[in-house]
Design a binder for this molecule. Structure first.
Ligand code: HSE
Length: 307
């Protein structure tokens, strides 16, 4: 194979109770990318559509991740990359992760999979470091593994793929304002109280158990954030009302997607998801900030080849 065209999914990181350690891939929201083998041993970004992003390799998250891959690959050629952005940077649904994880996934396919998924995550994390100053894996790992992913440990990196219950849908409300992950990390406290930790790890365990048991109520009860949400939600206009109305409309749970401004809800079934999308929309219609609402099934496969 000389060339591959792929879909790189958007992702919801944190999932309320799992700051920096939990994420899930979405099915119908994501970027497209074409990666081609070339004779010269270098990485080149030849085209970017949809967003005004730098093509210089060391300034582009896909370029940085691709270079990390090429440095370790036993391959004498290089790669040419075309990126078609559909996910806006600073949206909270893993725009940088779609590019950095998508490109290394595609390169690995072109070379007949010399690297493990975990190694791909390590390359993609270099792109995240460029985007937010922190090499977090909770967006890139779901792009590469698919479905729900737990980053059990960063040093050493230990990634656990979790089940994706079939009836789960995500609703995303994306206010059209940009919040840079680096900025929304700066406002976080670096220390937490023991009682907050107790609630948070209780919920994280509950979420993992809920996914294994396909216990939708348990999944919903576990989508609570006692540590990050109280601080970050002040950056998101109407957050509390969107959350309240989503839960009233039947959402299992609702919180900040990644570092925001997007708000996510998880729902059991498409009907519930559509009701919740309508409820979110009603709140934002009054706020006067442009927004988009998406309903998506969860994506158990992650990045995939397009025909
Ligand atoms: N875990 C990261 C954060 C995700 O919340 O800063 C960013 O998308």
């Amino acid at each position: 194979m000389q060339e591959i065209k792929i879909f790189c999914p958007a992702t919801i990181a944190n999932l309320s109770c799992g700051f920096d350690v939990m994420g899930v891939a979405l099915d119908t929201i994501g970027d497209e990318m074409t990666v081609r083998k070339i004779a010269e041993r270098k990485v080149e970004i030849t085209k970017i559509t949809g967003q005004d992003l730098p093509k210089e390799i060391n300034k582009n998250v896909a370029g940085v991740a691709a270079s990390a891959f090429l440095k370790k690959a036993k391959y004498c050629g290089g790669f040419e990359i075309e990126i078609h952005k559909k996910i806006k940077p600073g949206s909270g649904i893993g725009s940088s992760a779609a590019s950095s994880a998508g490109v290394v996934w595609a390169m690995n396919e072109l070379l007949n999979r010399p690297f493990s998924k975990k190694e791909l995550v390590e390359f993609a994390m270099q792109g995240e470091r460029l985007a937010s100053n922190v090499a977090h894996a909770d967006n890139v790992a779901p792009v590469i593994f698919g479905g729900f992913v737990l980053v059990r440990s960063y040093a050493p990196l230990d990634i656990v793929q979790l089940p994706t219950p079939k009836a789960l849908y995500a609703v995303i409300l994306h206010p059209q304002i940009e919040i840079k992950t680096a900025d929304s990390r700066k406002i976080l406290k670096s220390r937490i109280a023991l009682e907050e930790g107790v609630k948070q790890w209780g919920n994280l365990g509950g979420l993992v158990a809920g996914l294994f048991k396909e216990d939708y109520e348990l999944i919903g009860r576990s989508l609570e954030d006692h540590i990050i949400e109280p601080t970050r939600s002040i950056l998101i206009p109407g957050f509390e009302e969107v959350k309240k109305k989503s839960l009233d409309a039947g959402a299992l749970g609702c919180g900040i997607s990644g570092s925001g401004p997007s708000i996510f809800a998880l729902c059991q079934g498409i009907e519930m998801a559509q009701n919740v999308a309508g409820a979110m929309q009603k709140v934002y219609d009054k706020i006067g900030i442009d927004f988009e609402v998406h309903v998506s099934k969860l994506n158990a496969k992650g990045a995939k080849k397009l025909k």
